[in-house]
Design a protein around this ligand. Structure first.
Ligand code: UD1
Length: 430
């Protein structure tokens, strides 16, 4: 099993190319189920989660051809996927697959909308909290889906097709918004989604659906008005840049010190995170083609923040910010409001010498002068990359075990960092 070895202390300088967003690529790939025509997606990141979803979609009968070459060290364009769901041969998404990646549950809406039936495994628990799917189910029921749960599967039927309706979410959910938005694209008439998630990845999917022939008003807002169509066309769409990868590298530069351009990054997609980063004392500025982040010698100032749905500070960057402020000059307070158990990184950061007290949903981080390298364990995707950030700041060697969590969501992480001067290597055994 691969491990990542980091020897801390090196500053970072140079350019890091930002990949396409995992959290947009996944629902965009799923949107291919909505048409018998070809959907071409450009700038798809090469990640374990993308490859797993490709297997799931192939299982449904989607034909997937990949082209696009790995590019040079700086100008990096991801792969191009051509997805054609001409014949959907299987409307079951099995437990063995859905349980490995929660986002694959989002095939439910498109399958019911197109095939009028689906059998999709419930995703089950996960390391960061209970993560129910009630909002997905009530949203799809509102469009006329008949749903039963049996043997851990959602059995869905819509013998006469889905019909547009008003769906008011009591709570903001990215996944439920994706699921209902994609189902509404093929539903008869108008669907109004209120309290929709406003994450940029939802906007990216909505833009792609528009290219496929759906009329959507309110893209980027919490009210989406969708005019469904009986048949969608193919389209060509480029996946937007990954704002979580952007924020992660931005925080890494602030942690290690140095001066780096995040090429292809879009600041508007993570303004709250960049504003918080500025408050720690780092320089953050928009430059042509990306974002520049620098910290040269300045102390790290402590911060107080709480995670919120977009446009607030993203939960997917909470662990990384916590890693940065472990070395702040004072006490920081971080409240996690989205996922109740998303503090798995706290114990691992403590192994490096961080001083963190947890009370319910709130962590108080007392800045320490130095971290010291140690063996640590990656527990989930974002937690594991927070250990990379801490390792860059720590004296000596940090060995991160179970890096398959990192490979789910970060493309060529060690390569991108080491090109900027970090001492990061992958240790492959066996
Ligand atoms: C997506 C992202 C994930 C991110 C999260 C929040 C992808 C592939 N994943 O996950 O990286 O951390 O958004 O920004 O894009 N909830 C319910 N009932 C539901 C659905 C959700 O109560 O039916 C709750 C969840 O438990 C959580 C909150 O709503 O407390 C937000 O979850 P949601 O936005 O749905 O997260 P995901 O779509 O799973």
């Amino acid at each position: 099993m691969d491990r990542i070895k980091i020897t801390g202390g090196n500053k970072l300088s140079g350019t890091i190319p930002i990949s396409g967003a995992k959290n947009a690529a996944l629902p965009l790939m799923i949107a291919s189920l909505l048409t018998d025509d070809r959907l071409t997606l450009k700038n798809v990141p090469n990640l374990a989660d993308v490859n797993l979803l490709a297997r799931i979609l192939r299982n449904h009968g989607v034909d997937l051809a990949v082209d696009g070459k790995r590019a040079g060290p700086v100008a990096y364009l991801g792969e191009t996927f051509h997805l054609t769901a001409r014949d959907i041969v299987d409307t079951t998404a099995p437990y063995e697959m859905v349980s490995r990646m929660r986002a694959s549950f989002w095939v439910l809406g498109p399958l019911i909308a197109r095939m009028r039936k689906a059998r999709v495994s419930l995703p089950g628990g996960c390391a960061i909290g209970t993560r129910p799917v009630d909002l997905h189910l009530t949203g799809l029921k509102a469009l006329g889906a008949e749903l039963d749960i049996d043997g851990g599967y959602v059995l869905a039927r819509a013998p006469n097709g889905l019909v547009g309706n008003r769906v008011t979410f009591p709570k903001v959910s990215v996944g439920a918004t994706h699921n209902v938005l994609m189902a509404a694209a093929l539903a008869k008439g108008e669907t109004l989604i209120e309290n929709a998630a406003r994450e940029p990845e939802i906007g990216d999917v909505a833009e792609c659906l528009t290219k496929m022939g759906v009329e959507i008003e309110g893209i980027g807002t919490s009210t989406l008005r969708i005019q469904g169509k009986p048949r969608l066309e193919g389209a060509i769409h480029s996946v937007l840049p990954d704002r979580i990868e952007t924020g992660t590298f931005a925080f890494a530069v602030a942690a290690a010190g140095g001066d780096v351009i995040l090429q292809g990054a879009c600041g508007r997609h993570l303004q709250a995170a960049l504003d918080t980063l500025s408050r720690t004392g780092a320089t953050v500025e928009t430059v042509e083609g990306g974002i520049r982040v620098a910290r040269n010698g300045a102390e790290i100032s402590p911060v107080t923040l709480e995670t919120q749905p977009f446009p607030g500070f993203p939960t997917d960057l909470q662990a990384q910010m916590m890693a940065l402020v472990t070395r702040a000059d004072g006490n920081s307070v971080i409240r996690e409001t989205i996922f109740e158990n998303r503090f798995m990184h706290v114990q691992e950061l403590a192994r490096l010498g961080a001083d963190i007290q947890l009370h319910g949903d709130t962590a108080t981080i007392k800045g320490v002068k130095t971290l010291r390298g140690a063996p640590v364990m990656a527990t989930d995707l974002r937690a594991s990359v927070s250990l990379v950030i801490a390792g860059l700041m720590a004296d000596g060697e940090t060995m991160i075990n179970r890096v398959y969590h990192l490979d789910r969501g970060f493309e060529r992480l060690e390569e991108k960092l080491s090109r900027c001067g970090a001492d990061v290597t992958r240790v492959t055994e066996g």
